[in-house]
Design a protein around this ligand. Structure first.
Ligand code: DON
Length: 304
């Protein structure tokens, strides 16, 4: 399959369409990002990598980090993790509170904000230096020691994090947060502020397309069965209340973030990262979704 040719063609097409949507301006640092940024990078199992556009520029990966924090927590805690979280799509916006009361403080899945806050709490309980150790883990996945959090993005989110503060305290009232809410949130905001470029992103996720093994040294990050489960969660919950639409139009497991990034993967083939900052009404990158829809249509490769 000549991915390069397909990507070049679709890139030109999607670059020229009207750039619809809005920036995630509720996080002030993200309100000033250049909306014309558009980058793509594919990393393949057979090391046939290719990037185009702004693939080399860093952006705020936001909720995409929720997959990596789940992976680290899952590695440490194993199946017991599902006692504190569900695995069902929520069908609600990413920052919704409504289901938590009915579900006794058990978030529907790890990719909505409430779920990622519980994962942050689990990591806080299991790591001695959570911020440093999570960063080390992500750096090892991407084979890049330059990766970092953005203090500015984390601070600007902290300043307006009323919803997340409410979520964390509400979950705590049901006993499903064990640490101090302020500490859990501090860690959660840092996770969301991670910055990567498209190449770093597609490289970091490649183990999930490779049955849980890192390509560079064949080290097992997750078992085959755990990898299947993470991919299944990305398929069913990776795009909040647009997860069905993404499965319908693109047909790959994936995860979005309000920084305008999307990671998607085809098991045993590739990972692909797309970045375009303007978001549709559900909080997913408008051009990113459009690009990936064309990509699986043209390549005739999806998991279905
Ligand atoms: O907590 C928040 O609102 C952001 N740090 C993350 C939200 C996000 O990326 C949802 N993505 N689509």
């Amino acid at each position: 399959m000549n991915f390069k040719e397909i990507i070049e063609e679709i890139y030109q097409k999607i670059k020229s369409i009207e750039n619809k949507g809005e920036l995630a301006s509720y996080i002030s640092e993200l309100a000033s990002v250049d909306v014309e940024n558009f980058g793509i990078h594919i990393s393949t199992i057979d090391q046939n990598n290719f990037g185009i556009g702004n693939w080399n520029d860093k952006f705020s990966i936001q909720s995409i980090a929720k997959v990596l924090s789940l992976v680290l927590a899952y590695r440490m805690v194993g199946e017991k993790i599902w006692e504190r979280l569900g695995v069902e799509p929520s069908g609600t916006p990413f920052n919704s509170l409504v289901q938590l009361e009915v579900d006794n403080g058990i978030p529907r899945n790890p990719f909505i904000n409430s779920g990622a806050i519980v994962i942050s709490d689990i990591l806080l309980s299991n790591l001695e230096n959570p911020k440093e150790e999570f960063l080390t883990f992500v750096r090892s996945l991407s084979n890049n020691s330059e990766l970092n959090y953005s203090n500015k993005v984390a601070a600007s989110e902290k300043a307006i994090g009323f919803r997340n503060i409410a979520l964390c305290n509400f979950i705590k009232s049901f006993g499903n947060i064990k640490n101090e809410p302020a500490d859990v949130l501090d860690f959660y905001f840092d996770l969301c502020s991670l910055e990567m470029n498209c190449k770093e992103l597609s490289d970091s996720f490649l183990f999930l397309a490779n049955n849980g093994c890192r390509i560079v040294d064949n080290i097992t990050i997750l078992t085959k069965s755990q990898t299947k489960r993470i991919n299944a969660l990305m398929q069913t919950c990776g795009f909040y209340d647009e997860s069905g639409e993404f499965a319908f139009k693109v047909g790959l497991p994936g995860k979005s973030g309000v920084g305008g990034g999307i990671i998607a993967l085809h098991p045993n083939q590739y990972t692909i990262a797309v970045w375009s900052p303007k978001l549709n009404k559900k909080g997913n990158s408008y051009k990113g979704m459009r690009f990936l829809e064309e990509f699986t249509t043209k390549s005739e490769l999806s998991i279905f």
